[in-house]
Design a protein around this ligand. Sequence first.
Ligand code: IVH
Length: 666
Amino acid sequence: MLPQERIAQLTAELEQHNYKYYQLDKPTISDLDFDSLLNELAMLEKAYPDFALPNSPVQRVGGTITKEFTTVKHRYPMLSLSNTYSREEITDFDDRIRKVFPDGVEYVCELKFDGVAIGLNYKNGHLVQAITRGDGEKGDDVTANVKTIRTIPLKLKGNDWPADFEIRGEIFIPLKTFERINKEREDIGEQVLANPRNAASGTLKMQDSSVVAKRGLDCYLYFLLGENLPTETHFQNLQKAKEWGFKISDESRICTNLEEVFQFIDLWDKKRQTLPFDTDGAVIKVNNQNQQRLLGFTAKSPRWAVAYKFKAEQVCTRLETIVFQVGRTGSITPVANLKPVQLAGTTVKRATLHNADQIEKLDIRPGDWVFVEKGGEIIPKIIGVDLKQRDLFLSEPFRYIENCPECGTTLVRNEGEANHFCPNEWHCPPQIKGKMTHFIGRKAMNIDGMGEETIEQLFNAGLLKSAADIYDLKKEYFVGLERFAEKSINNLLAGVEDSKKVPFERVLFALGIRFVGETVAKKLAFHFGNLDALRNATLEELLTVEEIGERIAQSLIEFFSNLENNQFVNRLQASGLQFVIDESGKEKLSNTLEGYTFVVSGVFNKFSRDEIKALIEKHGGKNVGSISAKTSFVLAGENMGPEKKKKAESLGVKIISEEDFEEMIG
Ligand code: IVH
C-alpha cells in the first residue's frame, strides 16, 4: 500500500476507534493496539507531511505551544443565561413565555454543566476554530488545546451537517480526573486546585497543548448555531449533532408543562451527586427555534432560556479541633476535625481550612458551630461560623501555630504564598517519609516490592533516613523485621537494583524538587542533558528553557545551593543511578545547520514545536530560548508573539517560515 493510502486508512480507522472509545464507551481494540496504530500514523505523517490529513488524530496528543492566545470576534455574541433560584422565578419565566404563546410551548430541560463555555466552529465537516467566551463579543482562540479533547470530533461523521456552523458547549474536567490532577500537584508541592471548574479553565489556557492532552478534559455540547440548521427544534438539532460525533447529554428531557420541568429539577437536585462531573443547576430552553427567534434576546441573555441554580447543600456542625498536616515539601495545611455529620450523601468528619488567612478571615475557632458546604469542591469547606452558638466569654480567636507540629522547627511563610511551611526538610519526619514515598513512586524510580508502608517501617527501624539510604540496604538489615520474609527481601532488593536503570528524566523527577513535576523534569533533562549542567545552570540559563518560569527556576537554584541536597544527589550518583540523558535515540541526520542557532516560535502546520526543535538538532543546529543579536534565525509559525517579531526585526535577525526551514534541511 502506498504511504498516502496507508495514512488515509489509519486516519479513518483511528477516528472510528476514538469515537467508539470516547463517545460510545465501547472500545473494540486494546489501548496498546490503539497506540501502536497512532504511532504508525505519526511516523508516516512525519515522513510524508504532505499526505497528513487536516485534523488527523495525531493532533490529539498536542505539541503546539501558544505563548499568547489570539483574541477573535465571535460570529454570534456568546451570551450568558439569566439565573433563577426558586420555583416562583421559573413560573415567572413560563408566564412571560405564555404571554407570547398562549397555547404553551415545549421546553427542553438540560443539566447545567459547571465548566468553561466554548464555541466550536466547523467548516465542511472539520473543526476550524475553538473560541472561549471572553467578554461575549471576543474570546481567545484555543483551537490547538481544544483539539486534544478526545470527545470533540475533529472531522464529523455523516454528511448532513451544514457547511458552516458553530456549536457551543461546556468544557469540564471529570471528577475522577480532577482528583488525579490534585494528587499530582500535591506530589510536587503545588497548591491543589480549588475545584474542577478552575482546573478546566486553567488547563484550557495552558501554553503547551501536549500538557493539555494529558489533563483529560471533556466537553458536552448544548447549542447549535448557524444558517442552515438541520431541523426546526433545539432537541432534534442536538440529536443530529450526536450523530455527527458530538458528545450530547442523554439526560435532556422534553417537558410540555411546568410540572414536568419541576420534576426534572427535583430529580437532578437529588441525583447530581452520582454524576461523574459537576453540575450546578438545570437549563430550561424553549424547544422550537421559530419561537426562540420570536422571543429574541435581551442585552445579556436569551429570553427563550433560563438557568436554575441548585442550592449547595449545607449543614451546621461543631468544629472539635484544628490539626495541622505537614506535606512532603513541608507545606502546612490546617484541617478541621468536625463532629461527624451527613452532607450530600456522605458522612463528613473533616474539612480543609486552606491556610492561616482563611481561618482569620472567617474567624474560625475550635468549639465553634460552623456551616459546612459541599458545592463545586469535592472536599467540604467551612463557609462561616454560627456566631449565635459561640460562647462569647470562653471563646478566643484562634492563634495559628508558629512551630512545626511534627519537628518543632519555626515555620516560615514566603511573601506571596498562602501557606506556611516547615523549612526543616531533611529532618522533619513526615517530610522525609513523604520525599521517600515520592522517590519510589511509579512515575519516579518505580521500585518494585516497596511501598509507603515499607518506607514507614524502615524509617521507624532507623534503616532509612533519606532516599539515598535505599541503595545501601542489605539483606542482613532486615533480620527481625516484621513482614519481611526471604522472598520479599529479595524482591525489594531486586527492585532497588532495577531502578538504577531508570532514565535521567525520571530520576530528576524523583528528587522531589519543588515545582519540578514529570513534564518539567523531562524538559530540563532533555535541555541540559546531564545533572552537572543543570546543577551549574544560572537563573538566566534556566529561564531560557521552554515552560520554565521564574518560580521553577528559583526553586532549582535553591535546591542546588543547599549542601544537604547536593550530598544527597552525590550519593545517588555514586550508587549508579542515571544522571545523564540516554542519547541513543538522537540520531544525526546531517550537518546542514551546524553553527546556526534558532528561536522557534508560534504554531506550525506540519510539525509540532518539539518536532521542529528535534529536527534542528538532528541537522546539527542549536535551539535557544530567546532572541539575541547572536541568533541566526527566528523560525516563525502562525501566531508568533508580536513582541518576538519586533525584537527580531530590531536586531536584524532573519525570520523564516516553516517552508523556508524545510527547504534548508532539504
Ligand atoms: S445554553 C444562549 N445550556 O451556563 C444560550 N448553557 O450561566 C447559551 N451552561 O453561558 C447557553 N450548561 O456557559 C446552555 N445545558 C446548557 C448549559 C449551559 C452549562 C453554561 C453556559 C452558559 C452558562 C449560563
